[in-house]
Design a protein around this ligand. Sequence first.
Ligand code: GAL
Length: 670
Amino acid sequence: MAGCVSLGVCYYPEHWDRSLWESDLLRMTDVGITTVRIAEFSWSITERTEGNFTFDFFDGFLDLCERVGMNVIMCTPTATPPAWLTEKYPESLNADINGVRYGHGSRRHYNYNSPKYRELSARVVRALAEHFARRRCVIGWQIDNEVNCEADVFYSESDDGAFREFLRARYGTPDELNRAWGCAFWNQTYNSFDEVHVPRPTVNGAHNPHGMADYIRFISDSAISFVKMQADIIREYKKPDDFITTNGMFGHLDNHRMTREALDVFMYDSYPNFAYGTGSHPERGMADRGWSRDLSAVRSISGNFGIMEQQTGANSWNTWGMSPQPKPGQIKLWAMQSAAHGADYISFFRWRTAPFGTEIYWHGILNYDNRDTRRLCEIGEIHKTLSSLSGLAGSAYEARYAVVRDYDNIFDCDVDAWRRALDGESVEGLFRASQHLHAPCDYVYIDDGADVERLMRYRVLFYPHAAIMTEARSRLLYEYASRGGVIVFGCRAGYKDENGHCPMRSLPGLVGEWCGADVDDSTAQAGGDAPASVRWGDGKFPAGVYADFVTPKDGAEPLAFYEDAWFAERCALTRKSVGGGCAYYYGGTFTEPAAREFIARLGLAEPYADTVAVPEQCEIAARGGYLFILNFAHTESEVEFHRPVSDAETGGPLRGPHTIPPYGVLVVRV
Ligand code: GAL
C-alpha cells in the first residue's frame, strides 16, 4: 500500500475499563485503522498532584499498542489544566471581558501568558516527552488541542501585562502607539504604556479599531509562542522521524506562521455535519460541501496535511444542539473530501461515544452499547477504497488559479464590519463558482516576505479585497503580473495602510500605480438599496454589496459598466497589460454570478470537460493522477465519460454514462 492515505482514530483509554482496550484495538485493526491519538485531556492521569508524575497508566496502554502493532500519536494535555492547578494558581485562568475569571469544569479555560501556567505546562510536557518519546509505537505528537477554539480572546491579568510588553516592543514609545492607533480621535492619547489595557467593556461596545487589530496580532503571537515552547521541548526528546503537529484551524491565529515556526505538519478537524441539525444554515455556504473551502485553506498551510478528527457521528453537546447521524455514505463522502483535498492521514473522531460528560451526544463510530454499527462498516469501506489509491499520499492537489489571502486583511475583517461584508460575499461567491464550474482552486497566503515563485504556479490570482496593501506586497503582485500572471483585484483595494488607517491618497492606493485603475468615489449598496448590475459584453451580473467607480488610466481598457443604479454608465472593470501578464480591477464584489463570469472568461472553467461531464451537484478534485467525483446530493448523479478511464477501486473500465449514488464517491484513474 505504498503511498496510501492511512487511517487513525481518537481514543480515550481513560474513559474505558482496561478490559476493553485490547478488543478495541483489534477491532480498529480489522477496519484498517493503524494509529490512535491519545491523552490530550489527561493531565491528571500523569500528574494527579502537583509535581508527582506517574506514567503507569499510559505505559500499560502503549505496551498493548506495541503488542498489537498500533501506532500512537501522543498529545500534550495543556488544553485542560487540572483542578489542583487552577485552584492553587488562579492566575493561570482566562477571564471574560469584565475581568471575571473562568472556572474549572469545561476546557480551554487557561491563558497563554501566565508565567506559572507556562512553567507548569513546560514541566508536564517535558515529563511526558522524556518518558514516552522513545517508545516504538509513538509516531508523532499533538500539542494541546484545537488552539484558539472556544476561546480566542483573553482578558486575564497576565494577558493585560503581556499585551503592554507586546506594544512596547512594537512601538517603543507611547507617541508611536498614539500615532499608529490614531489616538487623536476621541481623546484616546496615552502618556505611558501602563495606561494601555486589553479591551474592557465600553459604553457602546466599540474599541479603538487599530488597537483591536494589534490585540488580535497579540493573541496570535501568544498562541504561537505557547505552542512553540512545547514543540521545542518535544524536539529535545522525540525520535528523528516523529512529527509534531496540532489540530484544528481557528481564528485570531496566524496558522501559517505557527506551522512554519513550531510544527512539522498541520492537521485539521473536519466536522461537515455541522451543516445539519439545530442552528445550522444549510442554505448558506453549500452545507457540507462548504468544508472543501476550509480544506483548501488548510492545504495552503501544509500542502499535504492530516485530519486529526474526521466526523463519524451526530454532533452536539448536552448544552446545545441536536443533530442527525450522518446518512449512509456521508462518512465516506467526507473522508474522501479530505483525501481529495490533500489529506495524507485521516483520523476519525471518536472510537466510541462517550458514556459520560459534556459530549455524551457527540457520537463516535460506535454507540454506548459497543455493538458493530453501520458507521464502523463505512470506515472499513473507506479503508478499502483508500488502499486502492496507491501513490495518493504525498501527491499535490491540482489547481490552475488561486485566491490570495493575508492575515492583515483577515484580522481587519474581525474589526471592521464594512470589510467583513465584502470579504464574506466574495470568498463565498468565488468558492461557489469554483465548485459549480468544477474549477479546482487553491488559496495562497502572502505576507511581505512572500516569494513570487510560489505565485507563478497559478495562471490567475483573485485578490478579492486587498484593503490593506503594503509596498512589498504590491511589488510582489506587480512582479507576478510582469512575468505573465493575471491578477484580478476586487473593490476597495489599497484604501488602508498596515495600521488600518485610510491615508490621503488616490485609490486604489499602492496598486493604483500599476494596475491601470483610478477610483474617485464608491458606495455601499446596503439595506433597501436596489443592487446595481454590471454589464460585461453580453454578460450581466449583480455588483454585490459595494461598488467602486473606476476610471481606466495609463492605457488600461474599460471592460464593463454599471447598470440599474444612479451611477449607471460608470466603469466597473478595467484591464491593463503589465509586462507579460495583466491586471484587472473590478469595482464590485465577487458574487457567485460575477465570479462565474470571471472564471469562464479567463478560461478556468471545467478543466476536466474532455474527460467527463458532471452535474453541478458534484465536486471534482484531482490529485496524484486520480479524479475524485464527490456527490454531495441526496439524489443520484449522472456523469458521462467522454474518453475511457478506469475505476480506481475496481480497475474496471468506464466509458459513457455512469450513475453515482446519493452521497457517493467515484474515483477514476486518468
Ligand atoms: C473537537 C474537539 C474534540 C471534541 C469534538 C466534539 O472540536 O477537538 O475534543 O470536543 O470537537 O465536540
